[in-house]
Design a binder for this molecule. Structure first.
Ligand code: MG
Length: 203
């Protein structure tokens, strides 16, 4: 199983990190050892100082596919979840300034928080989903999938040109504005519409 992630997929988030808007999807990956499930706590690693939350809608691939056309992409996923793409931002800035790969700042253990999945049919329109991240009772990130630069179907079509998609693969679809650092004893809760998808502590 692999985890593919899309960067800079919401304009306001790209701006807040002073990144240009992408001419095509920005793609990176995480290994399965990055997964953090079942509301287990996120233990702050010691190798960086600043770990940012990035709340993201996640889709799970349910069919083998390669070179998937956008118009057929909706046949390749039936379930969605909510996750956090934890990012060691200070380390990312350092790696980027040196032109080095992102794995150390993006793909470490616990960096892929994942909720349980729900059928996509629970929602009438995946292109109009409100989702949010609440930290210690305050809304830190609030987004809507209509603001994605690249839609879920466009993402699937794009990444499948490079990577054969297999059953169980996950795609993190990008984060809206409002990212920020977490600290010990923060409580993070994620919502799609009014349903709580995850609720965990930073330790
Ligand atoms: Mg992200």
């Amino acid at each position: 199983m692999k985890i593919l992630c899309i960067g800079r997929n919401y304009e306001e988030h790209a701006k807040e990190l002073k990144n240009p808007l992408p001419a095509e999807p920005v793609v990176f990956s995480k290994p399965d050892s990055a997964l953090l499930r079942n509301n287990n706590p996120f233990f702050l690693p010691g190798f960086a100082k600043e770990f940012h939350h990035e709340v993201e809608v996640v889709v799970r691939i349910n069919k083998l596919g390669k070179n998937i056309e956008e118009r057929f992409a909706n046949r390749y996923y039936e379930e969605i979840a909510l996750g956090v793409d934890f990012t060691a931002r200070d380390l990312q800035d350092e790696l980027r300034s040196k032109g080095l790969p992102w794995e150390k700042c993006k793909a470490f253990d616990g960096s892929a928080v994942l909720s349980d999945f729900v059928p996509k049919s629970d929602y009438p329109d995946l292109k109009n989903l409100n989702f949010s991240l609440i930290v210690n009772g305050e809304v830190r990130q609030s987004g809507n999938t209509r603001d994605m630069i690249y839609s879920i179907d466009q993402i699937i079509s794009h990444v499948s040109k490079y990577f054969t998609l297999k059953i169980g693969d996950l795609i993190y679809t990008g984060t809206p504005a409002g990212v920020g650092a977490v600290k010990i004893n923060d409580k993070l809760q994620g919502f799609i519409e009014d349903k709580c998808f995850f609720d965990f502590m930073v330790k």
